[in-house]
Design a binder for this molecule. Sequence first.
Ligand code: ABU
Length: 489
Amino acid sequence: MIKMFKSQPNKHKHETFFREILDQLLLGAVFDGIDRSAPVLRWKNPDELSKLISLELPKKPQTLEEVKEFLLNVVHYSVKTGHPHFVNQLFSSLDPFGLIGQIVTDTLNPSVYTYEVAPVFTLLEMELLKEMRSIIGWEKGDGVFCPGGSFANFYGISCARYRFSPDIKEEGLSGRKLVLFTSVDAHYSVKKGTFLLGIGTKNLVLIRTDKQGRMDPTDLEMRIKESIDKDLEPFAVVATAGTTVLGAFDPILPIANICSKYRLWLHVDAAWGGGALMSQKHRWLLRGVARADSITWNPHKLLAAPQQCSVFLTKHESILQDSNSASATYLFQKDKFYDTKWDVGDKYLQCGRRADVLKLWTMWIGKGSEGLEEHVNTLFDVAKATVDEIKSRPENFKLVLTTPEFVNVCFWYIPKRLQGQENSLDYNENLHKIAPKIKERMIKEGTMMVTYQPLGTRPNFFRLVYQNSELTCHDATFFLDEIDRLGRD
Ligand code: ABU
């Protein structure tokens, strides 16, 4: 048995400071921060806030008391993203197992590139990525923890480009026009990937979606044929499993059939929806995902792991190594005494790399895959209850999708003065102004955080997104009541 902590008071001059501040920080940031009666945020505009927290970097060291005061202020004025009423973004929750895994990681301060500096993290990463691949349905493959879903999507596009034309690694694109396809509702990182990887935004073809926000495979095939007719070089499709706004799942099976027919790489951006794979009840949403060549899956989204926990996975065993290796001899010496296959860093685009595995691993052992499945199922239930409640309040609320597929619940709030005005010419223009006004009041009061956005021709609407394991149907009622209260003129 390894003896972890020896009680050695005053062993280090900062130990008392550290223990004290951890107590107060944990209390402030963790426990007070998730208390429903506490605010989600204490809004201050930038001018006010700059006076409340010291933004000066001093020449002389400050006292420990001053450092402590500064950190407590940071906690006080920061948004409590673990609060059940923070449903603003595609991350939330404060999982105790995840948090402790994150704290232990930061304490050890590893960088996962060679086995010698990160032996435990390397093994944990390899094992967890293998398990995630097997949940997708792949027996073999590779993967990497990335700094966010955008980066994981870049890996997908980059692997696709390498598979299409390996010589681009040395020759560059040299004026070639490679074409990438994704839906109009795909995450904006796909567009970023095209300029980052030399594809060019003009060579990104946006495929139309149906009313639910899912890619239309017929349009996809037509656009692929068009690009072939123009002598361009189609090379990959990025499908989305859980779009950012509507939570739509592109139909992976017909898309995979098209990709096979035209020999295109299929990357599935399941950053948001990947967590549904943990649920036997809901994993059908991603049916066909095993046909993909690669996927992005962010456990910090639906599974509520602490930020960031974002994974790129591929079923092709050597593609990361082949496409990214640069063989720096000062790091990846081949004459080491151990098997250098465990020096994983050369196949990744980053050099130094945070260890994002332990927080998820700790959650997994603390809850079991059954606990993760239950978490996902509960979120779907709360989303369904929210939809039902919105339907029961037709005067004030209108759903954007009457039957959402996922845990995104999108709706308009209709204040009294706009009720019954649907046919007036400026109705949409007026409705467009409602959500920003309510959001301003919400932020200033700090009672909750819910985002809004327009989409295509749809005027601004609210989007509730559920990931927090504390959420219940009562919270759904709270969100609607609160929007109604803030929206009354
Ligand atoms: N990475 C997607 C985040 C966007 C959102 O939370 O709405």
